[in-house]
Write a protein that binds this ligand. Structure first.
Ligand SMILES: [Zn+2]
Length: 230
């Protein structure tokens, strides 16, 4: 599928392939209840399982890159602070993310559902080049400070709210606010709802272009490039 999309998208459009992360994969293999309770009662079992799922994720990301994906984005909802204590995240999940980011070629991104503010700094230190956040991260200026200059902040208009139900004007206004407050790459905050009108997605692209022309057209790079290494 990735190679078909690569062909259809052409070279100008970045192709970002999504996949489950090591924690979500482990929770599916063990069962969500077991995963969350064993983290406390049987951490060694979870650790062993994460070793396996971590390797599988790296291997699969390599396959997606070889098929033409410019970036691979892991979605690891169960590892977010809404589900997991950030201290357990630090000891169990963080090493897996570090290894994942070092593996293979291509850009590595992560999407975290809910309010990911408590783990944004750790995630940026794991080596992700971009972190996709939901609208539940409300203080974007603080979020951008936490991830630093080297990590792009991606998001964060509500997929189930304004992008699904808003007018084009409302979407553009909200998009401008996101870009002003620290979003580097404008995007929906989570998966796009199936009934979202195409014009609303187009409004998002137009808002990005308008912001770019207003702020960057006379030089420098636009707000939708990945942050560069120093
Ligand atoms: Zn989400």
């Amino acid at each position: 599928m990735t190679s078909i999309l690569r062909e259809k998208a052409g070279e100008e459009v970045p192709l970002i392939a999504g996949m489950e992360g090591p924690a979500s994969l482990a929770s599916r293999l063990l069962g969500t209840y077991n995963f969350l309770t064993w983290i406390i009662r049987r951490p060694e079992t979870v650790r062993e399982c994460l070793k396996v799922t971590g390797s599988i994720c790296s291997e699969y990301a390599g396959i997606l890159s070889d098929a033409g994906a410019d970036a691979v984005c892991i979605v690891d909802g169960i590892a977010g602070p809404d589900m997991l204590d950030p201290r357990q995240f630090d000891s169990l999940i963080k090493p897996k993310y570090e290894r994942f980011c070092r593996s293979g070629k291509g850009i590595k991104l992560i999407h975290v559902c809910g309010n990911s503010t408590p783990i944004l700094e750790i995630l940026s230190k794991c080596g992700f080049q971009g972190i996709s956040i939901e609208e539940k991260v409300t203080d974007l200026r603080a979020a951008k400070k936490l991830v630093g200059r080297k990590t792009s902040l991606i998001g964060n208009l509500s997929s189930s709210g304004i992008i699904l139900n808003g007018t084009c004007e409302e979407i553009k206004e909200e998009a401008q606010k996101c870009l002003r407050d620290g979003i580097d790459i404008l995007a929906p905050g989570c998966g796009i709802a199936p009934k979202t009108p195409t014009r609303n997605i187009k409004a998002l692209v137009e808002a990005r272009d308008e912001y770019y022309h207003l702020n960057y057209a006379s030089g420098g790079h636009g707000p939708f490039r990945f942050a560069q290494e120093d």
